[in-house]
Design a binder for this molecule. Structure first.
Ligand SMILES: Cc1cc2nc3c(=O)[nH]c(=O)nc-3n(C[C@H](O)[C@H](O)[C@H](O)COP(=O)(O)OP(=O)(O)OC[C@H]3O[C@@H](n4cnc5c(N)ncnc54)[C@H](O)[C@@H]3O)c2cc1C
Length: 469
C-alpha cells in the first residue's frame, strides 16, 4: 500500500491528506504544535463564553474552490453564515462604502461609480464557477477558459493605485483600496490587485461567509472525517529532517519554503534549495481580540451590519500606510481589519458582549505593541468604543511565529505576495508543488493559489503526487 506523510496540519495539509486518503493511500499527519489546524482554528475569547477565530475568519475563496466542492459540508456539520454586508469601509465624515454579495446592490450604493464597479466585477463574478478553476491553479499552464481569465486579468493585472483611479468618488476608491490591501503589499505594484480582485469577484458570486461556530469547526469536522478514513495524527512533533519521518512513498510539506529547505537539506538540488531559501516574507499582522459590550458604536450605523470592516481612511492614506510597512516602517495610523463575525453568527456573542477580531498591518518582525494603534483606528470611526471594551488580548509578530512557524516574522500570508511570488510560489516552474526531491511536494499557502482555507495548494499538490506515484 502507498504511504504518505503530511507535515503540518493547516487547511492545505488537511486537504492534501483528504485527497490522498480518498485514493486509498495510508496517511499520517505530523504537526509541530499541540493543536491541529494551523491558521484554521477557533479559540476562547478573553471573556468567557465568547468565540474568536484564531487566524482565518472570512472565506470568500472557499465555497467556490474545487476542494470545498468535493466535500459534503452538510454531512460534516459545517455551515456558512453571512452578514447583511460582506464588508464596509467607513470614512472620517461618516460616509461608508458598503460591499454586498449582490453586485447590483453594491453598485447602487456607490452612486456615480456604481456603473464602473459593476462593469469591473460583474462579468467575472457571473462566470465565477468557470473562472475559479483557472485562478486557483498554477499559472504557467494553458487555462481552460483563456478569455475569461484574460478579462479578469484586465482588472487584476494593473497595480491597485491605477485601478483605483477609475473611480471618481472617495467612497468607491477607498472601498476598492481596502480590499486590495488584503495583499499586505505596497499597492503600486502590478498583479498585486489579483488578491483583492479575486475576493471581490468571488464575493459577488458566493459572498464573504464565516463558518457557524468558528473556523475551527471546519478543521474539527475535517479531522473527524479523516480519522474515519484511517488517517493518523501526531502532534507535538516538529520535523527538521527528512529522516525523522515514518516510512513513506509520498511527503506533503504544508510548511514555509525556508522550513522545507531545512527538512530537505542534503537531498534538494541546489537551484530549488536556493529558490526556497530566497523566498521572501511579506509584512506582518498584529492581532488584537477584543470583547466589546454592546458592539462597536460606528458613526455610520450601516457599518455595524458588515462582517468585515476596513479601517484606513482614504485610498491615498491606505496606499501610504502599506508603502510604509513594505519599507519596514510602522505608520502612525496603520491599515486595520476588523472582523464582526458575530453579525453573521450571533451565537459567538455572550449576551450584550460581542467578540471583535482585529489586526493591523505592520512591518515584518515588528517588535512593538500595536494594540493602541488598532484601538485608535476603531475609535476614529466609532467614537466611544474605548468605554465599551471589557477585555483585550494581543498577539505580537514574534508570538504569531512561535505558534506557527509558517508565519515568518508575523507574515500571515506565508510569503510576500509580490507579483512573482504570488503568481508562481517559490520557484519559476509550471509545477510549483515540486521540491526537486522525488515524492516530496510543497503544498502550503506559499504555493499557488496562495493564502486562505480553500485548501487548493494541498488539493492540487496531492493530485500531482497521485499522478506521479
Ligand atoms: C491573523 C490572521 C488572519 C487571517 N485571516 C484570514 C481570513 O480571514 N481568511 C483566510 O482565508 N485566510 C486568513 N488567514 C490566512 C490563513 O490562515 C492561511 O493562509 C492558512 O491557514 C494557510 O494554510 P496552510 O495549510 O498553508 O498552513 P498553516 O495554516 O500555516 O498551517 C501550517 C501548519 O504546519 C505546522 N508546521 C510548521 N512547520 C512545521 C514543522 N517543521 N513540522 C511540523 N509541523 C509544522 C504549523 O504548526 C501549522 O500548524 C489569516 C491568517 C492569520 C494569522
Amino acid at each position: 500500500m502507498t504511504t504518505a506523510v503530511v507535515v503540518g496540519s493547516g487547511p492545505n495539509g488537511l486537504a492534501a491528506a483528504t485527497v490522498l486518503a480518498r485514493a486509498g493511500v495510508e496517511v499520517t499527519v505530523v504537526e509541530a504544535s499541540a493543536y491541529l489546524g494551523g491558521g484554521a482554528r477557533s479559540v476562547a475569547s478573553p471573556v468567557d463564553g465568547l468565540l474568536q477565530d484564531h487566524c482565518a475568519a472570512v472565506h470568500p475563496m472557499a465555497p467556490g474552490s474545487a476542494y470545498f466542492q468535493s466535500l459534503d459540508l452538510e454531512a460534516m456539520g459545517v455551515e456558512w453564515a453571512y452578514a447583511p454586508y460582506d464588508a464596509a469601509h467607513p470614512l472620517d465624515d461618516g460616509d461608508a462604502g458598503l460591499l454586498s454579495t449582490s453586485v447590483e446592490a453594491t453598485a447602487a450604493g456607490l452612486g456615480r461609480d456604481g456603473r464602473r464597479w459593476a462593469a469591473m466585477f460583474g462579468p467575472s463574478s457571473r462566470v465565477f464557477d468557470k473562472l475559479a478553476p483557472g485562478i486557483m491553479a498554477p499559472m504557467l499552464r494553458a487555462p481552460r477558459h483563456p478569455l475569461l481569465l484574460a478579462r479578469f486579468g484586465l482588472v487584476a493585472g494593473p497595480p491597485p493605485t491605477l485601478v483605483g483611479k477609475a473611480f471618481r468618488t472617495e467612497r468607491a476608491r477607498a472601498l476598492f483600496m481596502g480590499v486590495a490591501a488584503h495583499a499586505i503589499q505596497p499597492l503600486g505594484q502590478p498583479l498585486v490587485t489579483g488578491i483583492g480582485a479575486g475576493i471581490i469577484t468571488a464575493g459577488h458570486a458566493v459572498g464573504w461567509p464565516v463558518i457557524k461556530g468558528g473556523t475551527g469547526r471546519f478543521t474539527e469536522a475535517s479531522i473527524a472525517m479523516l480519522r474515519g478514513m484511517g488517517v493518523r495524527f501526531e502532534t507535538g512533533q516538529r520535523i527538521t529532517r527528512l529522516h525523522q519521518l515514518p516510512r513513506h512513498d509520498i511527503v506533503m510539506l504544508d510548511v514555509h519554503p525556508h522550513i522545507a529547505a531545512g527538512i530537505l537539506a542534503g537531498h534538494q538540488p541546489i537551484r530549488s534549495r536556493r529558490a526556497f531559501r530566497g523566498f521572501k516574507p511579506g509584512p506582518a499582522a498584529f492581532k488584537v481580540d477584543l470583547a466589546v459590550d454592546g458592539g462597536i458604536p460606528w458613526r455610520n450605523p450601516e457599518v455595524a451590519r458588515a462582517g468585515t470592516v476596513h479601517l484606513g481612511g482614504t485610498a491615498a492614506e491606505i496606499v501610504a500606510a502599506e508603502r510604509e510597512i513594505g519599507a519596514g516602517r510602522m505608520p502612525e495610523r496603520p491599515f486595520v481589519l476588523v472582523g464582526q463575525q458575530y453579525v453573521a453568527d450571533s451565537a459567538r456573542a455572550n449576551g450584550s458582549v460581542a467578540p471583535v477580531y482585529a489586526y493591523a498591518h505592520v512591518p515584518n518582525g515588528y517588535p512593538g505593541d500595536a494594540t493602541e494603534q488598532v484601538i485608535a483606528q476603531i475609535e476614529r470611526f466609532a467614537p466611544g468604543v474605548r468605554d465599551r471594551i471589557v477585555a483585550v488580548r494581543s498577539r505580537s509578530t514574534a508570538e504569531a511565529e512561535v505558534e506557527n512557524a509558517n508565519f515568518v516574522g508575523g507574515d500571515i500570508l506565508t510569503g510576500a505576495k509580490s507579483p512573482v511570488q504570488f503568481l508562481l510560489g517559490p520557484r519559476i516552474s509550471a509545477q510549483p508543488y515540486d521540491t526537486g526531491v522525488r515524492g516530496v511536494y510543497l503544498c502550503s499557502a506559499a504555493t499557488p493559489p496562495g493564502p486562505g482555507i480553500h485548501g487548493m495548494g494541498g488539493f492540487n499538490a496531492a493530485n500531482r503526487a497521485l499522478r506521479l506515484a
